[in-house]
Design a protein around this ligand. Structure first.
Ligand code: FAD
Length: 463
């Protein structure tokens, strides 16, 4: 029987392989597509920009494929849903699950309340390969180390069903909604100065464009991914992170695209393991909901941070006097994205040379990244800090100059983002001295490294 149904979209703005939409299409349900914007939820500036583009593109896709409308509402989720259910005599709600701790709490409450009112609520996993509660070790506990976690996932791949096709047609409820909000009223875009002026050239957000982007990456770059992925001047990684975050493409679809390569391409296997790190981040967040605020390894709670706010500002602005750090921080500011190798180097520098608490770095990333993702961001910052699950050992302190020489040997990346150094020869560019237009080094690498090691050693001996 056809039922009046709301599809509540969150981070799953796609028509292909969208479990909730697929369910509705199978049953011929009459649909309202809904997005609720809760202003209480903190979103970074770059995230807001990206969300605006995503909603805009999804709206257009709904319209062109199904003559459907995306209803946008502002407010508290439970209230908005209750209101709509009454207005439209809704019988069923479908959504794909999200895994941020606050969202899990909110959704469970809403689900229980709606079920009490005899509304059918069906929820799906559509953003991860595996539900975080599904993967367990032999003792039935959650894994704290990546390799056995990923081995277990790999052993269960046959359970991943084929991606759902974009439905041919859908039944739509025509709305006469008086309190509708336009996308512009969400105020997601920056006002003057518009720091995102050239971002539309960098980021195409339509679902079709992203399928093509993923396919192009796999066809052209996957074979060399393992050997080239660490060099920030090369265009060797997929740059799919914001699209995975907003659900414009699903990890399941990527997996199916990768299958033909997984038997004998080291590049494909490595790339798939990075999708595995994404899974692991969500898995950790699910099992340790305080991942964003508390050290996973409580031993690190006593670490003596210096938290010098002037130095933090210089790091944020890319004015540290260390070219590879400044290049990364400026790439982040100017484009909303930073290469993974450089994310590790700038994070290590903030934590282990400037002795600034990882949570300050994580917050800055959350504000500036278009792919800002609570799970990946928190897990990665804790990984670099050494406080995370299966983290880098605390004594691994990247030397930014050695990293620069190794991964940007000809200085192409530095020249692009720190143009005031572009004229320097390769042997000078990694550690310029006395360049008038450039910033002095804000920290002594050797001294700060020793202080960090001393601090970490004291942690080891402290109870
Ligand atoms: P590719 O190399 O093409 O990898 C494919 C996909 O795998 C990525 O799109 C991403 O979804 C996933 N992935 C890759 N590496 C990781 C990882 N270490 N952890 C989790 N998922 C991964 N990634 C985010 O998506 N959001 C964040 O907020 C984020 N913050 C980070 C903070 C720090 C300090 C560090 C060191 C890493 C962070 N990462 C984050 C992980 C990683 O840097 C980015 O996912 C990657 O650089 C995105 O580029 P790409 O899509 O070209 O990656």
């Amino acid at each position: 029987m056809k039922q009046k149904t709301i599809i509540w979209l969150r981070n799953d703005f796609r028509l292909t392989d969208n479990a909730a939409i697929n369910e509705a299409s199978q049953n011929g349900d009459e649909l309202i597509f809904l997005y609720i914007h809760n202003k209480e939820q903190e979103l970074g500036a770059a995230t807001k920009w990206f969300l605006h583009q995503t909603l805009n593109s999804f709206k257009q896709d709904l319209h062109s494929h199904y003559n459907a409308h995306l209803l946008i509402k502002i407010g508290e989720e439970e209230e908005v849903l209750t209101d709509l259910i009454a207005t439209y005599k809704i019988q069923k709600i479908l959504w794909n699950r999200v895994y941020e701790p606050h969202a899990i709490k909110r959704d469970s409450k809403i689900k229980a309340k709606l079920k009490d009112q005899n509304i059918i609520v069906k929820t799906f996993n559509s953003s991860l390969l595996f539900e975080p509660s599904f993967i367990k070790n032999n003792a039935g506990e959650f894994f704290k180390v990546f390799s056995p976690f990923w081995r277990k996932c790999l052993s269960a791949l046959e359970q991943i069903t084929e991606p759902y096709k974009k439905p041919e047609s859908l039944s739509i409820i025509t709305l006469k909604e008086s309190k509708e909000i336009s996308l512009e009223q969400l105020d997601l875009l920056p006002t003057e100065p518009n720091w995102a002026k050239n971002w539309p050239e960098i980021y195409k957000v339509s679902e079709d464009d992203i399928h093509e982007k993923a396919q192009r990456f796999i066809s052209d770059k996957i074979l060399n991914y393992k050997t080239e992925r660490d060099f920030p001047a090369l265009d060797a990684t997929s740059k799919l992170s914001p699209y995975l975050h907003f659900g414009i493409i699903s990890p399941k679809l990527l997996y199916y695209k990768l299958i033909p390569y997984l038997d004998d391409s080291k590049g494909a296997i490595h790339f798939f393991s990075e999708i595995g790190w994404r899974e692991f981040s969500y898995y950790l967040l699910y099992h340790f909901p305080k991942l964003e605020t508390a050290n996973f390894n409580a031993k690190f709670d006593g670490f003596k941070w210096q938290n010098d706010m002037e130095k933090l500002k210089k790091w944020q602005k890319g004015q540290t006097g260390f070219p590879i750090i400044d290049a990364g921080m400026r790439q982040l500011w100017q484009t909303g994205w930073m290469h993974n190798r450089i994310r590790m180097v700038v994070a290590s520098f903030l934590i282990k040379n400037l002795l600034i608490d990882w949570r300050y770095g994580m917050k800055w990333f959350a504000d500036c990244l278009v792919d800002a993702d609570l799970a990946a961001n928190a897990a990665s910052w804790q990984w670099v800090a050494g406080s995370g699950a299966d983290a880098a050992p605390y004594f691994r302190i990247f030397n930014p100059i050695t990293q620069s020489v190794k991964f940007d040997p000809e200085g192409h990346y530095i020249r692009k983002w720190v143009p005031e150094l572009a004229h320097l020869a390769n042997d000078k560019i990694h550690q310029p001295q006395n360049v008038k237009e450039y910033f002095p080094e804000i920290v002594d690498l050797k001294e700060s490294r020793n202080t960090a090691l001393e601090n970490y050693k004291n942690l080891k001996t402290a109870k």
